[in-house]
Write a protein that binds this ligand. Structure first.
Ligand code: SF4
Length: 181
């Protein structure tokens, strides 16, 4: 629905939807710091969205536990295209200190294309802000491509090589094996 609202005159501020997929809360606290007046992410237009359906950028923290992975994928699939996926901290990239646990399903990139990965444990607020600004630039390019596709009659937008369908929660193997598209 929202993709039909993308026009050349649309200069929408990027809204963020944050998913904690089982983190220790360190990354979440730093993300909150980014949104407070000290780091003031709102000067770039960033705002937290209460629903994935209203967001442009998904921010994922945590190592993706067996329980949180299906919910994470479902929430990501509800963010309208074009969207950007940002991981914060080393957990969603590799499992970090939780790697090897029976319940850890990281990395997120096994299941969906990740646009920006902010490394660190815990990443500094400046690094998170930098990642979000990078995501905004990527989002602008994706929006341009969508506009172009709409002009060319592709109402579902372009299918970039880097885009993957978000697998349905029931398609994710319990072992966390890579999902075959
Ligand atoms: S990356 Fe570090 S600070 Fe962030 S959730 Fe994982 S263990 Fe916690």
């Amino acid at each position: 629905m929202f993709k039909n609202l993308i026009t050349e005159s649309t200069a929408k501020s990027p809204w963020l939807f944050h998913i904690n997929s089982g983190s220790c809360n360190g990354c979440d606290i730093e993300l909150v710091a980014v949104l407070t007046p000290r780091y003031d992410a709102e000067r770039f237009g960033f705002k937290l969205a209460g629903s994935p359906r209203h967001a442009d950028i998904v921010v994922v923290s945590g190592p993706l536990t067996q329980q949180s992975l299906p919910r994470t994928l479902r929430a990501i699939s509800q963010v309208p295209e074009p969207r950007c996926i940002v991981t914060i901290g080393s957990c969603p990239q590799s499992g970090n200190v939780f790697k090897g646990s029976y319940s850890v399903m990281a990395p997120l990139s096994k299941y969906v294309h990740v646009d920006v990965a902010v490394a660190g444990c815990t990443p500094k607020p400046e690094a998170i802000m930098d990642g979000l600004v990078q995501a905004t630039e990527i989002l602008k390019e994706k929006r341009k491509a969508w506009l172009e596709a709409k002009k060319n009659g592709l109402k579902d937008g372009p299918k970039a090589e880097t885009e993957q369908e978000v697998p349905a929660a029931e398609d994710v193997p319990a072992s966390g094996e890579e999902v075959q598209q």
